[in-house]
Design a protein around this ligand. Structure first.
Ligand code: OAD
Length: 253
């Protein structure tokens, strides 16, 4: 622990977070027995053609999927791990958070420098003009009620509302097979390259390009600390491992 303390005190920490950091906020992870993909096959639910198929042939199942996602994220609140990261930033020790999560919980906890590799479920983006619109939790609660009431034909207009440019908005999240937001990805590489320490929290490290960041850091001899309940495909890169939940692991840090 003394060694971890010394590293942390040097500052210039960049955190790479995944679904595991939000598990204690009530958001299921993706993989594993209770993960989202155990209920919803990602080859169907994590891409546009698959989702269109569900809309056409099993619209009530699509509604259920949307409700499961939105109801979970709207209810979730940051946990101690999110707050501890925000504190490290406030203390000038943490430079930025690179997150694969779409739940907005880092920002809700007060973190300012958050790089979102996979988007944000509370943001909608017009596919034609790129304009964005942020839906606050209170608005999202109304949105959920509308999803429950809406007919199949109206569902599309609700989820993909028209933009004034004539295009359509969609939830600003990255689905399988889609490119990551280029600017965010570039920023993530730049930040990670300059870090003194990379703190990996609650990610299985199987989804790229996010998972390439620790490999780059390892090549550059950047200190790597992993906090995860279980070993992951990135564990071998870690100089220090805290085999614990994100909240208690972060408290130790
Ligand atoms: P995963 O579901 O793949 O992995 C979650 C990780 O969190 C696992 O390693 C768990 O052991 C760990 N974990 C679970 N509960 C924890 C807790 N309380 N404290 C600490 N660790 C815990 O989630 P990600 O690695 O985030 O992408 O998945 C990466 C990407 O795969 C997601 O962003 C998503 C998904 O497909 C897209 O949808 C584009």
């Amino acid at each position: 622990m003394d060694e971890i303390k010394k590293i942390i005190e040097k500052g210039d920490i960049v955190a790479l977070t995944g679904a595991g950091i939000s598990a204690e906020s009530g958001i299921p992870t993706f993989r594993g027995k209770e993960g989202l993909w155990a209920n919803y096959n990602p080859s169907v639910y994590a891409n546009i053609p698959g989702l269109m198929g569900v809309f056409l042939f099993r619209p009530s199942r699509l509604k259920q999927f949307l409700l499961d996602i939105f109801e979970t994220t709207v209810k979730a609140r940051p946990n101690r791990a999110h707050y501890k990261l925000a504190e490290l930033e406030e203390d000038g020790l943490l430079n930025s958070i690179i997150t694969q999560n779409i739940d907005n919980l880092h920002q809700e906890a007060g973190s300012e420098n958050v790089i979102e590799l996979h988007g944000n479920i509370f943001r909608f983006r017009c596919r034609s003009c790129d304009k964005t619109s942020f839906m606050h939790k209170s608005e999202q609660k109304e949105f959920i009620e509308k999803i429950k009431r809406t007919s199949r034909t109206e569902l599309i207009n609700l989820i993909l509302p028209r933009c004034e440019c004539g295009g359509r908005y969609r939830p600003d999240v990255v689905l399988f097979g889609e490119s990551l937001p280029e600017g965010e990805l570039r920023k993530a590489y730049r930040k990670a390259e300059k870090a003194n320490t990379l703190l990996m929290i609650g990610t299985s490290g199987v989804v790229y390009p996010a998972a390439s960041l620790p490999f780059n850091a390892s090549r550059q001899n950047i200190n790597i600390i992993e906090i995860n309940k279980e070993p992951t495909s990135l564990s071998h890169l870690a100089d220090f491992t805290i085999r614990d939940k994100a909240s208690t692991g972060m408290e130790e840090v």
